[in-house]
Design a protein around this ligand. Structure first.
Ligand code: SF4
Length: 261
């Protein structure tokens, strides 16, 4: 979305409460990433959701991502692995940190390099290093919450819906066997706790369970898919990393679905 397109959705009163001289300046600042939609008190939560889906966060660009990973690697070098391992659900082996993601072990060495027997998908690295270097950790609570209930979730909800939940819903509609494959491939667990055709739990990180609930389409009713998070997820990972992790997962599931064509 360009500043002019965004401007059409703003009150256009130039009241200055966002601390900028005009609504157009505010729109330009939003698109540049230096302001947040919540800083205009006249934009409702519903509008925030709708608009955020059309705004591309600058944080996803490759140079930004590379700098972000460099900073995480610096932090990793200062971390006491034996001390942090039990707190984050990892183990230590030969001075390295061993962390499980979706049933596969990943090894982080003292230089912050990631090693695994399986192919390391680039989007895994940043959320995994973020998880390890996060200053707060909470054990799994057993309480499931939606994305928008996570810390900072409202701002990212539109993007999360359009890049994660909707594409996964359409994949499950088009490939009914996909969710079963995900359970087999990634140590997923079916749960009957929710009124859904399929409810499966996955562990992208040790203290980071997600629950995918899918209701298949029926006659005139569209299918439904919601991704829930344990309440600890918002403490153990920043919302940006949560979005990156989920978008990466859906991208990987898309590739897996194509194996059946
Ligand atoms: S607070 Fe909202 S309405 Fe007021 S100038 Fe800023 S963008 Fe415009």
């Amino acid at each position: 979305m360009t500043p002019l397109e965004l401007y059409k959705h703003l009150p256009q009163t130039n009241c200055g409460r966002c601390l900028l001289p005009s609504c157009l300046a505010f729109a330009a600042a939003i698109v540049a990433g230096s302001k947040k939609l919540t800083e205009c008190p006249y934009i409702t939560e519903e509008q925030q959701e709708q608009l955020s889906g059309s705004l591309q966060p600058r944080a996803g660009t490759e140079p930004d991502q590379a700098r972000f990973i460099d900073r995480l690697v610096e932090k990793i070098r200062t971390i006491d692995f034996p001390q942090i391992a039990p707190v984050i659900g990892a183990t230590c082996s030969n001075g390295h940190l061993v962390i499980n993601s979706l049933g596969k072990d990943f090894v982080i060495d003292r230089q912050g390099e990631l090693h695994s027997e399986c192919h390391i998908i680039p989007w895994v690295k940043a959320p995994m290093l973020s998880y390890v270097t996060n200053t707060t950790h909470q054990p799994i609570t057993g309480e499931w919450i939606t994305f928008r209930e996570l810390n900072g979730g409202i701002e990212w909800q539109g993007l999360f819906t359009s890049r994660c939940e909707r594409p996964l819903q359409h994949l499950a509609d088009d490939h009914p066997e996909l969710l079963g494959d995900i359970i087999d491939l990634f140590m997923g667990r079916q749960t009957r706790a929710f009124a859904a055709d399929i409810a499966l739990t996955l562990y992208p990180l040790p203290h980071f369970p997600i629950l995918i609930c899918y209701q298949a389409p029926e006659e005139d009713l569209e299918s439904q898919l919601t991704i829930f998070f344990d309440a600890c997820c918002g403490v153990n990972l920043h919302i940006k990393s949560i979005y990156t992790l989920c978008a990466g997962l859906v991208h990987m599931f898309d590739k897996i679905s194509k194996l059946h064509i």
